[in-house]
Design a protein around this ligand. Structure first.
Ligand SMILES: [Zn+2]
Length: 392
C-alpha cells in the first residue's frame, strides 16, 4: 500500500500538465485542479502519518501480545537499558517486556534476600516510566518453586538465607547433570517469604501481572522430605501453582508461568526440559485456567500453543535461538488465530522472544559488537528477525 500510495502521489505531484489537460477535458463544472490539490494534501498527510504507525512488517504486529523476556540490568547498566528502550525497543512491535528480576531488587520486606548490588525502587520506576512512554508493559519475573540455584553450588538468595526451605535433593545432588535446587512447596513458612517478595515486585513495578517461572522443576516430592514424600508430583506442582494464583488473584494480578511441566515429554518427544518426564504433566488438568502459559519451544515447535488453548489457557508462544523456529511460531500463531473461532482465537495471545543471558551481553551483540557465544548470537538474530526496527 505504501508503494502504491507513493506512486500515486508522484503521479499527481509531478504532472501538472496532465492536471491541466484533465481540467480542460472535463470542463463540466467540477474544479479538477482544486480536487487534485485536496487529494494531494490528503496524501501528504497520510504519508507523514504512516511511519508513526507502521513497524517493519513481520506479522508480529498483528498479534495482541508481542513480548520480549530478558535479564534485568544491574544498576550500572541501567542507563544502557533505558537507552535500549528509547532508541530500539520503542521502534519495534514489542509491547510487553518480561524482566528477570529474581533478587535484583532492594526488597524492603526482606532486605536479607536482595542481591548485593540490586536495583532500587527509584531505578525500577525509571524503567517502568520509560517503557510506558511507548506503551510497553513491564512484567517482573521471579522464579518460584524451582531454579533456586544454578547447578549444585550456585545457590540463590532464598535457600542461602533460609536453607530449611529446601526440598532435599538427596542423591540427585550427586548427578553430574544436576540442574537446580527447589524449595519445598509444603514448608509452612516459605510462602510468607516468597509472597512478600512477589507482592513487593508487583507494587514497585505497578504491574498487572507477574511471571513466577516454575519451569524445569526436577526436585519435587523427594524421598527425603517428610511433607512431600510419596505424594503425586502432578498434584504437588498443581497445588503450588494454585496457591500462588489464589494469592495473586486477591489483587487481580495475572500470573504467568512457563509451560514445560504441563506437557508430556514422552508423547511430544521434546524431552525432559521443554516438557515433563517427572510426572507433572497431568497438572494441566488440575491448575487454574486463569494462569497464563508461556510455552517455550526453542529447537522444535510442536502444536503445543493449540494444546494449551484448547485446554482452556491463554498462551504465549516463546522462541529463543533459532530464527526459522521463531518464524514458524509467529506464523503458526497468526494462522491458528485466523482459523479459530473467538474462544480459542482469544486464548492464542501472541509471541514472546526470550534471551537467556545478561542484558549487557544482549545489548553488545545487538549493537553488532561481539556476541557471547553462538547460541546468544542466534538469539539476537532471532530477536531482530521477528522484531525489526521500523523503517523510517
Ligand atoms: Zn517437601
Amino acid at each position: 500500500m505504501f508503494r502504491a500510495s507513493s506512486k500515486l502521489f508522484k503521479f499527481i505531484g509531478g504532472n501538472e500538465n496532465i492536471i491541466k489537460k484533465l481540467t480542460n477535458k472535463y470542463n463540466a463544472g467540477i474544479n479538477m485542479k482544486k480536487y487534485f490539490w485536496l487529494m494531494r494534501k490528503l496524501l501528504v498527510a497520510a504519508l507523514l502519518l504512516l511511519p508513526l504507525s507502521t513497524w517493519a512488517v513481520t506479522g508480529a504486529e498483528q498479534l495482541p501480545v508481542r513480548s520480549f523476556a530478558i535479564g534485568s540490568p544491574t544498576p550500572d547498566k541501567l542507563d544502557d537499558f533505558l537507552r535500549f528502550i528509547d532508541e530500539d525497543l520503542s521502534k519495534t512491535a514489542v509491547n510487553q517486556l518480561f524482566l528477570r528480576i529474581n533478587y535484583n531488587y532492594q526488597f524492603k520486606s526482606h532486605p536479607e534476600l536482595a542481591d548485593k548490588n540490586a536495583l532500587s525502587e527509584q531505578q525500577v520506576k525509571s524503567l517502568v516510566n520509560t517503557a510506558a512512554k511507548y506503551n510497553i508493559e513491564i512484567i517482573p519475573i521471579i522464579n518460584l518453586l524451582g531454579h533456586q540455584s544454578w547447578k549444585q553450588d550456585n545457590i540463590r538468595s532464598l535457600l542461602t538465607v533460609y536453607p530449611e526451605f529446601e526440598e532435599p535433593p538427596g542423591k540427585k545432588l550427586l548427578d553430574k547433570d544436576f540442574y537446580t535446587r527447589a524449595y519445598c512447596p509444603n514448608h509452612p513458612e516459605v510462602h510468607d517469604v516468597v509472597f512478600a517478595l512477589v507482592d513487593e515486585l508487583v507494587e514497585a513495578f505497578g504491574a498487572k501481572g507477574v511471571h513466577v517461572g516454575m519451569d524445569e522443576v526436577f526436585i519435587l516430592g523427594e524421598e527425603g522430605c517428610s511433607r512431600c514424600k510419596g505424594k503425586d508430583k502432578a498434584e504437588l506442582f498443581a497445588s503450588e501453582v494454585n496457591r500462588i494464583q489464589a494469592h495473586l488473584a486477591k489483587n487481580k494480578i495475572a500470573m504467568y508461568i512457563w509451560g514445560d511441566r504441563l506437557l508430556d515429554g514422552n508423547i511430544t518427544g521434546i524431552g525432559k526440559w521443554a516438557a515433563s518426564k517427572n510426572d507433572t504433566y497431568r497438572a494441566i488438568d488440575l491448575i487454574s485456567k486463569e494462569v497464563i502459559i508461556c510455552d517455550w519451544q526453542y529447537k522444535f515447535a510442536p502444536p503445543t500453543p493449540g494444546y494449551f488453548a484448547v485446554k482452556g489457557f491463554n498462551v504465549i508462544s516463546a522462541s529463543y535461538q533459532v530464527p526459522s523456529v521463531a518464524k514458524f511460531q509467529l506464523n503458526n500463531m497468526i494462522g491458528m488465530r485466523a482459523n479459530s473461532r473467538d474462544t480459542i482465537k482469544n486464548r492464542l495471545q501472541g509471541i514472546m522472544h526470550t534471551y537467556w543471558g545478561s542484558f549487557e551481553s544482549f545489548y553488545q551483540c545487538y549493537q553488532g559488537k561481539a556476541c557471547e557465544n553462538e547460541v546468544k548470537a542466534g538469539a539476537v538474530k532471532t530477536f531482530i528477525s521477528i522484531y525489526p526496527k521500523e523503517k523510517s
